[in-house]
Write a protein that binds this ligand. Sequence first.
Ligand SMILES: [Cu+2]
Length: 299
Amino acid sequence: MNKSGIALATFVAMALLTQTAVAQQDRKVSIRFAAVIGDQPFTCGNSYEGIGTTASKVTPSDFRFYVSGVELIDAAGKAVPVKLDQDERWQHRDVALLDFENRTGPCLTGTQETRDIVAGTVPAGTYRGLRFTLGVPFELNHADATIAPSPLNLTSLFWNWQAGYKFLRVDLSTKGRPQDIKPGDMPRFGDRAASNRLGFAIHLGSTMCAAEGTNKAPANCGNPNRPTIEFSSFDPEKDVVLADLKSVLEGVDVDTNQAESPAGCMSTPTDGDCNPLLRNFGLVFAGQPAQQKFFRVKK
Ligand SMILES: [Cu+2]
C-alpha cells in the first residue's frame, strides 16, 4: 500500500471508530407503561367489577402518576440512570408523568393528552432489570406549581407547597361512594366537603411535612411516601410495566369511608382507609409491613 493508501485506510478506520464510539455512547429507550384493572385496560367511562373487600363496581375518573429516578439494571446488576428526554411537556429533570385519562366521560379533572412511556437514553449495554420511584423527588416537590415547568404545572396533581404533589391520583365512583364532580373540579387542600364529592379518592403523596405555612416549603417530610419499585427481570424493548388498580385495592373497602377522614385515602397517617392501600403501594403503614402490589411486568 502506498502512502496515500495508508492515509486513506487510516482515515476510514478512524471515521469508523468515531462512528462506533458515538453509536455506543447512547441508546434510546422507551419504557412502556399501561394502566389496567385486573386483566382489563383502563378507559375513562368504563366500570370494573370485583374490586376490594366488597367486590365493588367502580368507575375510575382519573389515573395519573409521576415516576422519577428511573434506572435500568445491567447484566452485572448495576443500576444505570435513564437520562430522560427533556421534552418540556411530560418530563422534567428526572421526573416523568404517566397519564392514562383523556378527559372524556367522567374524567372531568384531567387533560385530553395521554402518555404511556418514559423516554430517554442510557449508555449502550445489555439491560435486564428496571428500577424507579413512584413520586416526585423532594427537591422538586415543594414549590409553586403554578409557575413550575411542565409536567409539574398540573395543579390538579398538587396539594400545596407544604405537602407537594399528588404522586398518584386515581378517583373512583363506587356504589357506596358515588362521585358528584364537575369539569375541572379541584377541591382545596383540606376542604373535606368538597373532596367528598370525589367519591373514593386515592391520592398518594408525602405527609408530616412540617412547615411554617401551607405555602411554605418544609425542611423534610416525616412520611415521604415514595416507594421504590424494582423488577429483576425487565426487557426494555419488549416488556410493559402494568399499573394495576385492582391489585392495589386488594383488601380495601372502596364503598365506605372512615368517619372524619378525607374521602378514600389521601395518604393521611391516621386514615384507616389507607390500610392496606398504602402498604399495597409498597409503603410501611401504621407500623405494618409493605408489599408492593401495584406494578407488575407484562412479558
Ligand atoms: Cu390526560
